[in-house]
Ligand binder design. Sequence first.
Ligand code: ADP
Ligand code: ZN
Length: 680
Amino acid sequence: MAPAAPDNLLHTLERTFGFLTFRPGQEAACRAIVEGNDVLVVMPTGSGKSLCYQLPGIVAGGTALVISPLIALMEDQVATLNSLGLRADRIHSGRTRELSRTAALAYRDGKLQFLFIAPERFAVPGFVEFLARRKPCLIAVDEAHCISQWGHDFRPDYRMLQRYFPLLRPAPIVALTATATPVVQNDIVTQLNLQQPLRSIQGFRRKNIAIEIIQTPPAARPAVVIQTLAEASRRPAIVYVPTRSESDALAVTLSEHFRSAPYHAGLATPRRAEIQDQFLGGQIEVIVATIAFGMGIDKPNVRTVIHTALPGSVESYYQEIGRAGRDGLPSRAILIHSYADRHRHDFFFNRDYPEPDVLDGIFQLLTSKPIAKDALAKRSGLDPDLFDTALDKLWVHRGAQIDPGENVTRGEAGWKDSYTSQTERRAVQLELMLRYAAADCCRMAALVRYFGDRTDTQSSCGLCDFCAAEQCIVQRFRDATMSEVRIARSVFRTLAGGFAKSTGKLHSEICPDGKIDRDGFEELLAAAARAGLISLQAAVFEKEGKQIPYRTARLTRDGESVEEGEPLHLQLRDREPRSRASRKSVRFSKAHLSKAQAPKSRPQNDLSNRPLLEALRAWRLAEARTKKLPAFRIASDNLLHGIVEDQPRTEEDLLAISGIGSSFIKHYGPAILRIVSTFE
Ligand code: ADP
Ligand code: ZN
């Protein structure tokens, strides 16, 4: 491929897209691709990633293949490109065979500049060979974190892609994602076999969001939300809560003070659209949303984002606070949590990731001879929900093969390692979130580091509760007592000369009498760190195979020059004492989860409308066959039972059924409503 002159890129940027300049990272990525190099682009949502494959696609000539897991996204992209006068089409399960065929032929005849493809298409026999008859000018893999089981949205379809790419080379590959830690970045590079890719990882620093993190018990959190939002300049606001019922309840409480509404997947579509419109229009000032529900709200002037509980990963936390201050004006992100939040996470974790033994029990029942899923479930003796979850995981990790008729055969023995490392990774993600919340360092700099943004200066933000304690609105501080100041001076003396010491050792050396307990001591060190006198570093050591986190303290240059008689102004957080356990490493104990907490599954035996259930099952089987997917991937048994129970007449009714979302309705809504109506 001929190297494109930078002018050519710039010229096309202006002529085709109407943009006068590149955004950070775009130009280097585009240039590398037109020169035939592989590229990994990791930039936050809204930073302009699509241009990084669209512009090179046009400049290079030929057809760019774009692999994307989301039909809605594909449709949007194709519509945008078409509106710019570009020739783009797509192949995915939401289109008729005829339309997909037309798109494929247009590709073969060289009539397309962009062809979007859903990943599962690659598994269709002969499809890649067909594509390979005309080599693409580049291959873009959108939402590339889906390829990594370290990422939070692993998709087995994506894992297969690398098998097919050699046939399509020498086209350069550009992998794009908004959310990938350095581990995930490396995994993407390995999985896609990218050749010395340019890594464009940037744009994670948000300069207008002041982050504050406080520890508060659950019962006191609504009051903190009300207090925070009392000042009009802190609204509009998004409050993230962990469950739908909390969304409903908190919205009612807040309504006494502000115009508020809940926002979650359990609300009927028209109601949600209405709330969204009112929030965008300013009639609603505070929206109380569940974390699980991806919000399509792009409102530039959100002044505050509050989390009323600990998110499950730093990735999701970052995505959510990123909705504050899109207009660039000063905004706040406040996270309210306590150590008890871990239990809730443990609960979901245990529900979604059964013990490997449970999966193994199923695996042992499998042979190369197909067994019907229902018979397997019976033989396993497992609770139906647990069985479904376990079989799904076994399938994802290739321990089981399931044909469209729901017959199961034994898969690869290597599933266990793959599954274990994924579950461990989930545990680590939560631990990293806990550590992030507990760290005493600049909150924004820590986020930028988390995503491995090396273009960033790593400087302190000057806005967060570490950098600018005096500007905190929720956190309360008090002056250090005389005795605390004396202890701080001993710390400085002990660390003089540039030594780093673990904070545990420092405590036992300086306070052997226990005059100040370990939590108080840690807070005193945190205060000295906020004053810029010491730096605290998180570290980990291994003991008997366990990772044990600890912190070290070291004097900064300012700390070295503190004179004995000089007054010390230290401000300590006024808070409930940190729980002892919070310093321990995170482990997932199953013991403290009582059965009573488990979500109730639908009664599966007292269904009065058997014929409807059978009809739905037959429909599911047919869908599974055409899509070449196991039937439970189309709809779980629980979901079908929900339909039988609720007898939905409208899409709105469908949405009220647990497990049904808008994409399900888009695909299957009309068919299901048709079936239900014939059984009324
Ligand atoms: P991402 O995929 O990273 O979430 P998009 O590619 O959707 O972001 O881009 C976000 C917005 O930025 C789009 O409206 C796009 O047209 C616009 N955009 C992209 N690049 C530029 C640029 N160089 N100058 C101005 N606007 C741009
Ligand atoms: Zn900061």
